[in-house]
Structures are given as structure tokens and as C-alpha cells.
Design a protein around this ligand. Structure first.
Ligand code: TGC
Ligand code: FAD
Length: 390
């Protein structure tokens, strides 16, 4: 890890501002100091390392683009992407925690919450005093969240919430959850559910072979009385959670580059040192093909992410453009992880190197925030005008 060199084959750094580079350096230094030394053990033990929460807040990973008046870092979208890239170079599970907190909890409260909700929750989420979760997926409704059955009824002075969410990042330790549920008319709304509310529980999901350093769980609502002031009033319908996914998927498109960079860098250095047949394995054409294709794919992904960041800064990035980048970059990263692992031979399966952990993590990343197939269908619907989901 000490000698990590970030690939920049096309001098993309020249297109970044001084602020982008400073923000990235701070995140990179923090990952090197506080994440890389502990993350393998946390993943092996399947424990979320709570010690990193403070650091995530300090590098601006909780609400990078949320205005400073609410405790956010007030940065642009490219800075947000670069922070996610550096964190995921450390571990996709750590990036998940930051993605959920920023894009799936702070963003909906910022975009659709009342002034009181923003003042009450955003500064505490930015500092990490409160950790958040986002409940959209249900046991019977993953790719198709519009079919959700979680529901709430108006009981005069409060709402009564029932239902269950599954596969929820940060659930086991969250202080609050932004939960999507249908009202009596079947319209989807967001509600802020707080730990301690009677009937609200968050059992942990065990036995994952992927994203082991991230805590995943369920959100169960058994007649939970949610105060009326906890309803997100600014937007309703499936478009409200889908707009949050736009932001998280954007961050993942950048994050996946970090995981790929780490795998590439590890494989490159290993191949120059590892001798077989009296030569470094880097001298064999087959290994060079792998490395050449890796750096080509990383470079293409960097350019896609950067252009998407520019569009997002201008408020012009479409959902379909974000889908394409999420799908392409995660697929790129998982393929690089698989090739890089082979380049390390037997050593590649051990925890001495980060590659196998990245590879296993990326199986979740290619599934959550819209599966690889769903993103392909989003592109297909965009170019043909014919949605093929149903
Ligand atoms: P569809 O008919 O396309 O849209 C329903 C309504 O929403 C509007 N809309 C949007 N509005 C704002 N922003 C967007 N990005 C929007 N996309 C769509 C749309 O205009 C429509 O509005 P209206 O007024 O006409 O009702 O919806 P559909 O039911 O056909 O679904 C489309 C589909 C399949 C693409 C969508 O459901 C989907 O993306 N499914 C994948 C589910 C998913 O990604 N779940 C992720 C859960 S969260 C998670 O995984 C966190 S992982 C942790 C981490 O990030 O690290
Ligand atoms: P399904 O929807 O059952 O899909 C199964 C397969 O069918 C997939 O290959 C899919 O591509 C395919 N498929 C489905 N529909 C179609 C179609 N129309 N056409 C072609 N193929 C189709 N969710 C949250 O709400 N919050 C979180 O914080 C969160 N964190 C997660 C953390 C982890 C570690 C994981 C693994 C998941 C998380 N998720 C979260 C859930 C995640 O978003 C879902 O797993 C994902 O959306 C897919 O849903 P599913 O697992 O139910 O798969």
C-alpha cells in the first residue's frame, strides 16, 4: 500500500482543479493511514470498523456536496467522486457507508426535508454523530421497488408504519433510517424513522462473503408510530428514492475506479518482482496483455466519470448517463479484480493482498444500486424509448 501510484495515463489530473487535488490527497492520506492497516482484519472478522466514522467525517465524506450551513463540505460533484474513489481504493464497504450517509440519507433530507428536519439531522449526520440507513429494497421487491408493500396510515397525530426492508447497509447500527413506504392512496413517501421508536428493529444479516466490513441488515416496522414532522414533504412517488439513487450511483461510478486502481497497482508491482522461469512474470506477453487492458479500461472509466462529473456539476447529467457509468465502471473493476487476482497466483487468494477482498466486495457493488442487468435495460430503454422491465 505504501508505494501505491494512482494511474493517470491520460494526464487527467490536468483537468482537475487545485481543490480537487487537495480533497483527493486528504482522502488518500486518510485511507492509507486509517483504513488500509485495519480493513483486512475487519473484513475477515465481518465487522464494521466504527473507528473510521470520525475520519470519514473529517475528510468530507459525509455530505461532500451538502452546503456548509448544514455541516456538509460544500464541494462540487467531482470532489465527491474523487473522495469515493479514494475510499473505495481502501474498501467498497467503507465507501458504501459513506455513499449511504451522503447520497441516500443526507441528500433526501436536504432536497425534500423541511427546514426543521434539515437543521435537526444534517449537521449530526455530517459529523457522524448520527449514522443513517436507506430503506428501499424489500424481501419481495428488489429491482422493482414500485411494488413495495411497506405502508403507513394516518392516525391523526402520527403515522403508523408497517412492513420490512431487506439488505440495508448500515442498518444494524443506524441512528435514523430514511424509509420509503406507501400511504393509504398507494403513493410512495419518505419517512425518517429513529432508533428507539417502539416496534422498530434492525436485525443484522450474517454469512456474507462480500462487503464483509460493511454491516447489512433488515429494517422491521411493527406498528411504529412515526411523528408527522418526520415525513419528507418535498417530493413523493418512486421518483423521490430514484433521484437519491442517481447521486449514489454517480459516487459508485467513481468509487469502482478506486478498487480497480488498487488491483492494477498491486498486480503491476507484483508482476515486476515475481520471478518464474528466471524472469519477472511482467516480461511475459500474456501478463502484459492483462496489464495493458487494465490500464486502458481504467483510463476509459476515468474519462467517463470525469465527464459525468462535469455534467452533474452543470445539473445536466441524466439518470441514463449515470446508469451507463455505474454499470461500465463496476464491470470494469470486477473484471480487473479477477484478472489481477490470477496474476498473483496462489498469493492472490490470501488476505496478504487486497485483491480478493475487492473482488468479493464488487459482487455486491455490481448488484446493489441497480443490478448490472437493470442498468443495461435503463440504457436500452433510453436509446429505444421502450422500457423492457415489465
Ligand atoms: P419508472 O416508471 O421509470 O419511474 C417511476 C417514476 O419516477 C420518475 N423517475 C425519476 N424521478 C427523478 N429522478 C430519477 N432518476 C427518476 N427515474 C424515474 C419517473 O419519471 C416516474 O415518475 P411518474 O411521475 O411518471 O410516476 O419506474 P419503474 O417502476 O418502471 O422502475 C424503473 C427501474 C427498474 C429502472 C427502477 O425501479 C430501478 O432503478 N430499479 C433498481 C432498484 C435499485 O436500484 N435499488 C437500489 C436500492 S438502494 C441500494 O442498493 C443501496 S446500496 C448501498 C450503497 O450505495 O453503497
Ligand atoms: P432481484 O431483483 O430479485 O434480481 C435477481 C436477478 O434478476 C438479477 O440478476 C436481476 O438483474 C434480474 N432481474 C430482475 N428484474 C429483471 C428484469 N426486469 N429483466 C431482466 N432481469 C431482471 N437496498 C436498499 O434499499 N438499501 C441499502 O442500503 C442496500 N444495501 C445493500 C447492500 C448489499 C450488500 C446488497 C447485496 C444489497 C443492498 N441493497 C440495498 C439491495 C439492492 O439494491 C438489491 O439487492 C438490488 O436492487 C437487487 O434486488 P434483489 O436482490 O431483490 O434482486
Amino acid at each position: 500500500q505504501d508505494t501505491f501510484q494512482a494511474p493517470d495515463y491520460y494526464n487527467i489530473d490536468d483537468l482537475l482543479t487545485e481543490e480537487h487535488r487537495l480533497v483527493r490527497q486528504a482522502a488518500r492520506d486518510w485511507v492509507k493511514r486509517d483504513v488500509s492497516p485495519i480493513i483486512e482484519e475487519a473484513a475477515q472478522k465481518a465487522e464494521f470498523p466504527k473507528s473510521i466514522i470520525k475520519g470519514l467525517s473529517e475528510i468530507g465524506a459525509f455530505g461532500p456536496y451538502i452546503p456548509e450551513e448544514y455541516g456538509g463540505a460544500g464541494l462540487d460533484q467531482i470532489s465527491y467522486g474523487l473522495i469515493m474513489q479514494e475510499i473505495e481504493r481502501g474498501d467498497s464497504g467503507v465507501r458504501s457507508t459513506a455513499s449511504v450517509q451522503s447520497s441516500l440519507v443526507m441528500f433526501p433530507i436536504y432536497a425534500y426535508g423541511t427546514d426543521e428536519q434539515k437543521k435537526k439531522f444534517l449537521p449530526k449526520l455530517a459529523s457522524g454523530e448520527f449514522m443513517g440507513a436507506f430503506g428501499l429494497t424489500e424481501p419481495d421487491h428488489g429491482s422493482n421497488p414500485s411494488g413495495m408493500t411497506s405502508n403507513y396510515k394516518d392516525k391523526g397525530n402520527h403515522y403508523l408504519l408497517n412492513g420490512a426492508k431487506m439488505w440495508i447497509s448500515n442498518a444494524p447500527f443506524c441512528d435514523i433510517a430514511v424509509v420509503w413506504a406507501k400511504n393509504e392512496e398507494g403513493r410512495i413517501h419518505g419517512l425518517i424513522v429513529e432508533r428507539g421508536m417502539e416496534g422498530f428493529s434492525t436485525p443484522e444479516t450474517h454469512n456474507k462473503w462480500s462487503l464483509r466490513a460493511s454491516a447489512t441488515g433488515e429494517l422491521i416496522f411493527d406498528n411504529v408510530k412515526v411523528p408527522k414532522e418526520n415525513l419528507l414533504t418535498g417530493k413523493s412517488g418512486l421518483g423521490a428514492p430514484l433521484s437519491c439513487l442517481d447521486s449514489a450511483r454517480f459516487g459508485i461510478a467513481w468509487g469502482a475506479i478506486g478498487a480497480a486502481m488498487d488491483c492494477y497497482d498491486t498486480a503491476l508491482r507484483y508482476s515486476k518482482e515475481r520471478m518464474q522461469f528466471d524472469k519477472p512474470i511482467a516480461s511475459f506477453q500474456l501478463q502484459q496483455k492483462k496489464l495493458a487492458e487494465m490500464i486502458t479500461e481504467i483510463t476509459k472509466a476515468q474519462l467517463l466519470a470525469l465527464r459525468l462529473g462535469q455534467l452533474k456539476n452543470e445539473g445536466k447529467a441524466t439518470t441514463a448517463q449515470i446508469s451507463m457509468a455505474k454499470r461500465n465502471n463496476v464491470d470494469m473493476a470486477i473484471n480487473i479484480a479477477r484478472e489481477a487476482r490470477q496474476m498473483l497466483g496462489g498469493m492472490g487468494i490470501t488476505g496478504e493482498y487486497s485483491i480478493m477482498r475487492h473482488m468479493m466486495n464488487l459482487e455486491s457493488v455490481i448488484t446493489y444500486e441497480g443490478t448490472h442487468d437493470i442498468h443495461l435495460l435503463i440504457t436500452g430503454a433510453d436509446v429505444t424509448g421502450i422500457p423492457a422491465f415489465k
